[in-house]
Design a protein around this ligand. Structure first.
Ligand code: GUN
Length: 297
């Protein structure tokens, strides 16, 4: 099969650019006497991945001039205690947006927690009000990962109109909203969308018909070269920690795409790390800025 030169969809560089844009806007707002946006993160327990993600979110807040607060609970915290903290944040005018890092311990009803967050402060875009508004194209907070992918496609001028996009994965956070956003009228958008999941029998055949593939299954190196048509655009959402004794951390962050064999076939592809991850964090920052503007302007 003929190989072609591919280009990286560089989420790290793109997010650094957007970071500068946000920082400039925040500085101008603060100079005009407005409050800096304030993001609060609730972290329950000590899951390694969640610790890393929340630390990255807090660090990025500082880089763009936001205020941030981290509220920690041990993993035996009760649902009632979490709900009362959420109520307090809903009513605190100093807090523009907040997130509850997922997953939560088994004894806590995640959906109940999500629905307790005031939709106007739900910068994760997980509340059914925001999900519903997103699905019919109304202004709302959109889940950060699919929104970040849309922004990456926009900034690289990837043609999506009329393209066949295969989304691998049907999670509420990534797969479903990704499919909706690609389906919307506009740019990026106007795709024909197929959503595949663990019960789809002919994933390989469907992937081979795709112009764009968004891989969000959480299965390391699931997408192989024989599933990709030459010239396709590949977006890798996977971030599984695969044990690797040669690394200081003891693991390697591994995507859902077998990068080395797939990349040479593609026109554009996201790396892991440095692709979707940084775009997710920057989307959360954009949502928080929007929440602050809605509250303060
Ligand atoms: N867990 C995995 N992704 C996310 C996210 O975007 N937000 C929150 N709150 N938890 C997550």
């Amino acid at each position: 099969m003929k190989e072609q030169t591919y280009k990286l969809l560089d989420g790290k560089a793109t997010s650094a650019q957007i970071k500068q844009e946000i920082a400039a806007e925040v500085a101008a707002r603060v100079a005009a006497g407005k409050k800096a946006p304030h993001l609060v993160a609730i972290l329950v327990g000590h899951d390694g991945g969640s610790e890393t993600y929340v630390a990255a979110k807090i660090k990025t807040c500082a880089e763009v001039g936001f205020r941030s607060s981290l509220i920690r609970f041990e993993d035996d915290v009760t649902e009632e205690r979490l709900l009362s903290e959420i109520e307090r944040l809903n009513n605190d005018p100093e807090v523009h947006g907040f997130i509850v890092q997922l997953p939560l311990p088994k004894h806590i009803n995640e959906q109940r927690i999500i629905e307790a967050v005031n939709p106007s402060k739900d910068v994760d875009g997980f509340h059914p009000i925001n999900v519903g508004r997103m699905s019919i194209g109304l202004p709302c907070f959109v889940s950060a990962t699919p929104q970040g992918i849309i922004e990456l496609l926009r900034r690289y001028n990837i043609e999506t109109r009329g393209k066949h996009c295969v989304v691998l994965g049907r999670s509420n956070i990534v797969g479903k909203p990704m499919a909706q956003l690609l389906l919307h009228k506009g740019t990026p958008g106007d795709c024909t969308v197929t959503v595949c999941h663990s019960r789809t029998p002919n994933i390989k055949e469907l992937c081979l018909q795709a112009d764009i593939i968004v891989a969000a299954l959480g299965v390391p190196e699931f997408l192989k070269a024989d599933m990709v048509r030459p010239g396709a655009v590949i977006v890798d959402v996977g971030t599984t920690r695969v044990p690797d004794a040669s690394r200081k951390s003891g693991f390697k962050l591994t995507g859902d795409v077998a990068f080395d064999e797939v990349a040479p076939l593609t026109s554009y592809i996201t790396p892991v790390p440095g692709g979707v991850g940084p775009m997710t964090i920057i989307s959360l920052m954009l949502n928080t800025l929007a929440a602050a503007k809605q509250a303060e302007d």
